[in-house]
Design a protein around this ligand. Structure first.
Ligand code: ZN
Length: 429
């Protein structure tokens, strides 16, 4: 007898929905079959979608920005995640420039993450490194971390990693088999004019800064080898140019992540009276760039949320320089992507991400032997109306969606059942 069965679902298997039953034994998917077999607990989902639990590879919970922390901590951040069908999140360690501080940053974050209600993992983050890079990488690997994020910008806060160091890190990424993540904007093309108001964000961080730097880093990757993952690609122009110049590199050794907000919003929102709420880096782009991004969705490898939530009063500042950049949205990331792209969104939020990380083996796909990580999405037209985070800033309020997450299961246990939070199922992976 099996422990549980999810019956009568349309189960997402190898790229399509199949009417079948999913039998679960302890943490694992034991059998997938339309046959009716006995199980201790049976959940009839009545034709709802059964989807692999999603993985969000890009979140910022309780991010330290000096004068302020992002408002969702690991508890409120992951609570929203599981209400949105996500059961694994990858957050970032604080940026450091040497191996000793890296170890401290790891244990600090490990302690903060204990309140998570789902599984979690970390990327290391490097800033203007001041050490032997190979020693840094060896320390990172010894902590069980397989991804390292750098910034090509933010020299103003001493976070920029310079070209010669990026090249060395790329070479190390193939030698030590880790993924190099990059926040890509050309530092010299960013204008931090202190008199800019929030509606000057596009002038401050133009598309050219993203496109030019992305092409440069793709060339570095092509020449030097290694694995690079571009976080939060914002503009369809950047994506088209990358495809044109590096067709054999894209999503093989140079992976492209985008975020729900670049599909949902445009820079028009910055002209609104509450436009300061829509400030993030890189910024929301023009309608044309968003259209291009949507048209090229097939070439987006993965979707991460870059969830970095603040309250309205945190962001209500006269000058751009005083506004903490970032928005929330983890709870509704699937709603948004499914609305635009239907099942094409699923692999980019699950399987593709798992394929990049050795510690995520057994996640991201519904198949026998994999972890029983899945969520049930009931289809009916409705509007997003609430979230379970800590902030009062909710940009997806009233956004149209085609369904809702009703159950979320992690490693064979329900975290969300019938739209209610049941219990935490959480570990560091
Ligand atoms: Zn980010």
């Amino acid at each position: 007898m099996f422990d549980k069965v999810i019956r009568n679902g349309k189960v997402f298997i190898a790229g399509e929905f199949v009417k079948t039953n999913v039998y679960i034994e302890k943490e694992v998917i034991a059998k997938i079959t339309p046959e009716v077999l006995s199980a201790k607990e049976s959940i009839d989902v009545n034709n709802a979608l059964v989807i692999p639990a999603l993985i969000d590879p890009h979140v910022h919970f309780h991010l330290d920005l000096g004068s302020i922390h992002s408002r969702d901590d690991f508890y409120s951040g992951t609570l929203q995640a599981v209400y949105g069908g996500i059961t694994t999140v990858i957050d970032f360690l604080d940026p450091v420039d040497n191996p000793v501080d890296l170890e401290k940053a790891y244990y600090r974050r490990l302690d903060e993450a204990k309140t998570s209600v789902c599984d979690y993992s970390f990327h290391a983050t490097i800033k203007n490194p001041n050490c032997d890079l190979e020693e840094f990488v060896i320390k990172m690997k010894s902590l069980g971390i397989n991804s390292l994020k750098l910034f090509t910008t933010y020299s103003d806060s001493n976070r920029r990693t310079y070209d010669n160091q990026i090249i060395e890190l790329l070479k190390l990424s193939s030698k030590y088999d880790f993924l190099l993540l990059a926040h890509i904007e050309n530092d010299n093309l960013i204008d931090l004019n202190p008199n800019f108001k929030y509606n000057c964000l596009l002038k401050s961080r133009p598309t050219l800064a993203e496109t030019k730097e992305a092409l440069k880093l793709a060339a570095f990757t092509e020449i030097n080898g290694g694995y690079l993952y571009m976080v939060h690609l914002s503009s369809g122009i950047t994506l088209e140019k990358l495809k044109k110049d590096f067709p054999s590199l894209i999503n093989k050794r140079f992976f492209i992540e985008s975020c729900p907000q670049y599909f949902a919003f445009t820079n028009d929102f910055l002209e609104r009276e509450d436009g300061y709420l829509y400030t993030l880096a890189p910024p929301l782009r023009t309608r044309r760039e968003r259209t291009l991004l949507k048209e090229n969705f097939n070439d987006v490898f993965s979707v991460g949320t870059d969830h970095c939530a603040f309250n309205k009063k945190d962001k209500d500042r006269k000058y751009l320089k005083d506004i903490p950049l970032g928005i929330g949205g983890i709870e509704n990331s699937f709603d948004v992507l499914y609305e635009f792209f239907k099942e094409k969104a699923i692999d980019k939020m699950s399987k593709n991400i798992a394929s990049l990380y050795p510690n995520l083996v057994g996640r991201g796909e519904i198949k026998e032997g994999n972890l029983a990580n899945l969520f049930i999405y009931e289809l009916y037209d409705n509007f997003i109306s609430k979230h379970h985070g800590k902030t009062d800033c909710f940009l997806y309020d009233n956004f149209k969606r085609s369904g809702e997450t009703v159950h979320t299961m992690n490693r064979g246990e329900f975290i969300i059942k019938n739209r209610e939070f049941i219990k935490s199922v959480s570990k560091k992976v």
